[in-house]
Design a protein around this ligand. Structure first.
Ligand SMILES: [Cu+2]
Length: 162
């Protein structure tokens, strides 16, 4: 009985919404020439920009409702793919563009290499368009003949918040 209760306790802990890992939600996924493109959202988060000499914290704004993330990975090995330029555009049902920005290349201990930023998206239905540029890196031979043109992934989402 004690073991059973302990197990239940463990499950409750793993499902606890206080764990930010558990609040990640997958929005959509597609594949492009062997690359898996996954759209994931988490709660708005602070992040550090260190792209010059001065580090700068970017704090979530009051209107931010999500940390939007684009995960690029090799569909066979799961290895993440860096060095791409990723741009995200959200359009509402009236056809108004409500968000249109380049994603930061990001690193995270839990999420790994990804592209993302905080997005002030009100609840509603949207079309998300994610444009991915060819990775700007020297390539080992297996990657020589793919991802040579920009790719656009468009999908519909219904955002209800966390
Ligand atoms: Cu991020």
């Amino acid at each position: 009985m004690a073991v059973f209760l302990a197990l239940l306790g463990l499950v409750a802990l793993l499902k606890s919404p206080s764990s930010s890992q558990m609040q990640m939600m997958k929005l959509a996924e597609t594949s492009w020439e062997g690359m898996t493109i996954t759209l994931v959202v988490g709660p708005p988060t602070r992040f550090l920009l260190f792209i010059g000499t001065e580090p700068r914290w970017v704090e979530p704004r009051p209107e931010d409702t999500m940390h939007f993330m684009v995960l690029l990975s090799d569909g066979e090995t799961g290895e993440r793919i860096p060095y791409a330029a990723v741009w995200a555009t959200f359009t509402d049902e009236q056809g108004q563009i409500v968000f249109d920005e380049r994603m930061w290349p990001m690193i995270s201990q839990n999420m790994g290499t990804h592209y993302g930023t905080n997005v002030p998206l009100p609840e509603g239905r949207y079309t998300v368009q994610v444009q991915i540029g060819p990775p700007q890196a020297a390539r080992h031979p297996e990657y020589a003949d793919r991802w040579l043109e920009p790719f656009v992934f468009e999908t519909a989402i219904e955002w209800e918040g966390f």
